[in-house]
Design a protein around this ligand. Structure first.
Ligand code: ADP
Ligand code: ZN
Length: 445
């Protein structure tokens, strides 16, 4: 009952804006603002060791509109690594107040610096995202993500405080304590990776709690690719709304793009970023709606602006205006990183495609892993899947049928026939940070 009252109370708060003027700025005004901020950013970037020579002879005044950005060279993760430590900084060192770093998922971590303006604008972006998803003052917010160098912790923390939520900076791990805090302080909103959100629900069930009994009403999940089916799974388990949160340390962290209550793509905040989508092989720009690599420029960052950053993430823009009234472009769910793509028997497969199939089977529990092996001269795709305990009741015919059904659904989706292995819940390793979904042993064989 209390749960229902809570949900009703907050329903009345929904469809809120944090900064309605900017969030609904007409497109022509938004583009004017982008062009102005781009000119300022280019002028500023020239002061850094890295961009100084690169932008030699480039006059900021040539950028009349955001589309003019195409004349600037791309910046890659390797550029950031090669110019470690202060190579991209363009303010005096004593103006810098914070250092963050990427998780280092694909190699050496990159570092990013912020001055006071940058921390403030980043905080504002998070506040926008939080309010856009219907959360705000009066909520108890549990930030179940790594604090420290990783941007997810402090980024959300500052944003949540700014909107006036009661923040529990619980960080990642110590799941029993997370559950205790959630129970004792009636957490209504949390932030986690999708894999950790599912892990917490398993731990709740093991401890005899029903995740639906808690006061949770909103979950922010991000930092790793996850499918629409996974969102639905988390929503069902907890009986709450789940919103996708996208960002990366190079572009501040979370708060780059976020879902509104329509749950129909993530709004990317174009007053702070210019988005392009390119073909990752040819680097040519793609038309709206075509899937490719996201390239993003920060246009409201002072200490360390980044121009035309090749994110390595694959997605597409969604056409049409969003029913929420915001004018900022929407992007699709992230399919994965360009280098997440597995080539199996010559076919391109993304882990998120397999995840989407698995999570549509209610018998499948919350964790899976994809193994790639060499079988003679051919690749073998093995999908290890944890099932709920009720599936291990000795009914082999039921398991055989499920194995065949999952196998067929995966090969219909990715055109490669997998071998399915069923496991009891809790068998596969759980990562506290980003989940490891693929184990590729083909080169070792
Ligand atoms: P690293 O690149 O070392 O993992 P970050 O911790 O900055 O460093 O993570 C950013 C990356 O995480 C993004 O480039 C993207 O690949 C992934 N990511 C972040 N949010 C999402 C999301 N909502 N959906 C899919 N992938 C995401
Ligand atoms: Zn919207």
């Amino acid at each position: 009952m209390i749960n229902l009252l809570y949900k009703y109370f907050f329903l009345c708060l929904s469809m809120a804006f944090w900064d309605k003027h900017v969030e609904t700025l007409p497109r022509d005004k938004l583009e004017e603002l982008q062009a102005k901020r781009l000119r300022d950013t280019v002028a500023r970037a020239k002061k850094s060791v890295f961009y100084g020579p690169r932008l030699k002879g480039v006059e900021p005044t040539v950028f009349k509109k955001p589309a003019d950005i195409g004349s600037i060279p791309f910046t890659t993760k390797n550029d950031l690594r090669a110019n470690y430590d202060y190579g991209l900084v363009c303010v005096p060192k004593d103006e810098i107040i914070r250092l963050h770093a990427s998780s280092g998922t694909t190699g050496k971590a990159t570092v990013i610096f912020h001055n006071r303006h940058d921390i403030d604008t980043w905080t504002e972006l998070l506040a926008r995202c939080i309010v856009m998803a219907g959360a705000g003052k009066g909520d108890v917010f549990q930030n179940m993500i790594s604090y420290g160098l990783f941007t997810g912790g402090l980024g959300f923390h500052y944003g949540a405080e700014r909107v006036g939520m009661l923040v529990i900076p619980s960080g990642i791990g110590n799941t029993k304590r997370q559950i205790q805090l959630m129970k004792d302080f009636h957490t209504t909103v949390y932030h986690a990776t999708p894999s950790y959100a599912l892990h917490v629900s398993e731990e709740m069930a093991r401890d005899g709690f029903d995740p639906k009994e808690f006061d949770l009403r909103i979950g922010f999940v991000g930092a790793e690719p996850h499918s629409e089916q996974t969102r639905k799974r988390i929503e069902d388990i907890y009986d709450m709304d789940v919103y996708n949160s996208y960002g990366m340390s190079e572009l501040n962290g979370p708060g780059v793009a976020f879902e509104c209550e329509e749950k129909c793509g993530m709004h990317l905040w174009e007053d702070n970023y210019i988005l392009e989508v390119i073909d990752p092989k040819t680097c040519e720009p793609l038309s709206p709606g075509e899937e490719g690599e996201l390239v993003v420029t920060t246009i409201n960052r002072e200490a360390m602006p980044i121009l035309r950053y090749r994110t390595g993430d694959l997605a597409k823009t969604l056409e049409g205006r969003c029913a929420c009234g915001r004018t900022h472009v929407r992007i699709s769910r992230i399919k994965g990183r360009c280098d997440d793509m597995m080539i199996i028997r010559g076919v391109n497969v993304y882990p998120s495609q397999i995840e989407d199939v698995l999570m549509s089977f209610p018998e499948v529990a919350t964790t899976y892993q994809i193994h790639l092996l060499r079988d003679g001269s051919l690749d073998a795709l093995i999908v290890k899947v944890e099932l709920y305990p009720k599936m291990f009741d000795g009914d082999l015919a039921k398991l055989k049928k499920l194995e065949a059904d999952i196998g067929k659904a995966i090969s219909d989706e990715v055109v490669v026939k997998p071998r399915i292995e069923f496991l009891e819940p809790g068998t596969l390793p759980r990562a506290e940070g980003k989940a490891v979904r693929v184990v590729d042993k083909r080169c070792e064989m």
